[in-house]
Design a protein around this ligand. Structure first.
Ligand code: SF4
Length: 375
């Protein structure tokens, strides 16, 4: 049995609700049971996501970052209801002003929302059915939901392919005849087919060639400008996130450990884990390079079924002190002002967030504008 008392614990929410909020994730938990012992009687829980709360505003790009196994992909899959969340709310604010908790809807009731919240997957090779033509792949959601048929369906698919930079003449071809970048464009066309409001991009460019990544990022930004899209951009590469995200959330062992506006996040991190992640961001300008800035984290991400006591990051933290080993630091506001100009709080879960002078990434260029486009 799950400990329902633990499930109900309140947490600090990084961003206050306002009328521009599109999605409000509250106290989300995704615990996977792991059975051990005779006949699997002993059950422990892998706490892949443990009490995570955040909001996404209409038209912004929110980055969700961390190493493999930190729970960021699980958050995306809970929002899409690929996984049934163990607890928590996923409040979706609809166009008319009404709100609905996606976490408690039946599969049937979810159908209309699946058209408004779409996903772009990491692997453009595995995410497209090799037995279906591009036309069948992109049109499937339109056909199944009876949104178009006949020649109108064909026109819609042709328009979508054109919009993502593919030639409509190729719509009868199979995915294997396209390159990785082209396949990802097909995946984007499929996601766009239903005029979504929110797109969950799960490591959408990680599997692509470095030379192709910039093209796909630019395409995503252009589509955001044109259709007013909102993105939850899940990634492990902070140098990529920097180019597209307005705000960044960092996860570690299923918990949110820092959240800030992109410019503040990169220049003034407040959590040692963020500092370590940022130290791996390549600096191409020799004037900004800082010798010895790379922080090599020892060991792996802790086991979410058996995390360390106190601060989960303490076995790997170079600033660890005694209190860190016994007391879990709460996620709290660490900005001088309560909120920044965009109304975002800078929050971090570290006992010494206000005292440590952590290194960020030196930059000559401003952070992305609210449209997500760099200056
Ligand atoms: Fe490091 Fe302690 Fe802060 Fe955890 S609470 S990140 S161990 S300094």
């Amino acid at each position: 049995m799950l400990n329902t008392a633990a499930l109900a614990e309140p947490t600090t929410r990084p961003v206050p609700a306002d009328e521009n909020v599109l999605l409000d994730v509250r106290n989300l938990k995704m615990w996977f049971p792991r059975r051990k012992g005779w006949f699997g009687r002993d059950v422990t829980y892998v706490k892949a996501v443990d009490d995570v709360s955040f909001s996404i505003r209409q038209g912004e790009t929110l980055g969700l970052v961390g190493e493999s196994g930190c729970g960021k992909t699980t958050v995306g899959r809970c929002i899409m209801r690929v996984y049934e969340p163990t607890a928590g709310e996923i409040i979706y604010h609809q166009r008319g002003g009404a709100s609905v908790d996606l976490a408690e809807l039946s599969r049937q009731a979810l159908i209309p929302y699946r058209q408004e919240i779409r996903m772009i997957f990491q692997d453009p090779y595995a995410s497209l059915n090799p037995r279906m033509t591009v036309f069948e792949i992109v049109s499937e959601v339109l056909r199944v939901n009876k949104l178009a048929s006949g020649s109108e369906l064909e026109e819609r698919v042709a328009g979508l392919l054109r919009r993502v930079g593919l030639r409509p003449e190729y719509m009868r071809r199979y995915p294997h005849t396209f390159s990785g970048g082209e396949r990802q464009r097909i995946g984007i066309a499929r996601a766009l087919a239903t005029n979504p409001r929110l797109i969950v991009a799960d490591e959408a460019i990680s599997a692509l060639d470095v030379s192709i990544r910039a093209q796909i990022l630019n395409l995503l930004k252009d589509l955001q400008d044109e259709f007013g899209l909102t993105y939850l951009f899940i990634a492990h590469d902070l140098s990529v996130v920097r180019h597209i995200c307005n705000r960044v959330n960092v996860m570690y062992v299923g918990k949110l450990v820092e959240s800030a506006d992109s410019g503040v996040f990169y220049s003034y991190p407040k959590h040692p884990y963020t500092e370590a992640l940022l130290s791996a961001v390549p600096i191409h300008n020799p004037r900004l390079r800082d010798k010895g800035r790379r922080i090599r984290l020892q060991g792996d991400v802790a086991d979410p079924a058996n995390p360390p006591s106190g601060c989960y990051f303490h076995p790997r933290c170079r600033y660890v002190q005694d209190i860190c080993k016994t007391q879990a630091p709460p996620l709290h506001n660490v900005s001088n002002a309560v909120l920044d100009v965009d109304g975002n709080a800078h929050v971090a879960a570290c006992h010494f967030a206000e005292e440590l002078n952590l290194k960020g990434v030196k930059t000559l260029t401003p952070s992305p504008s609210p449209s997500g486009r760099g200056e």
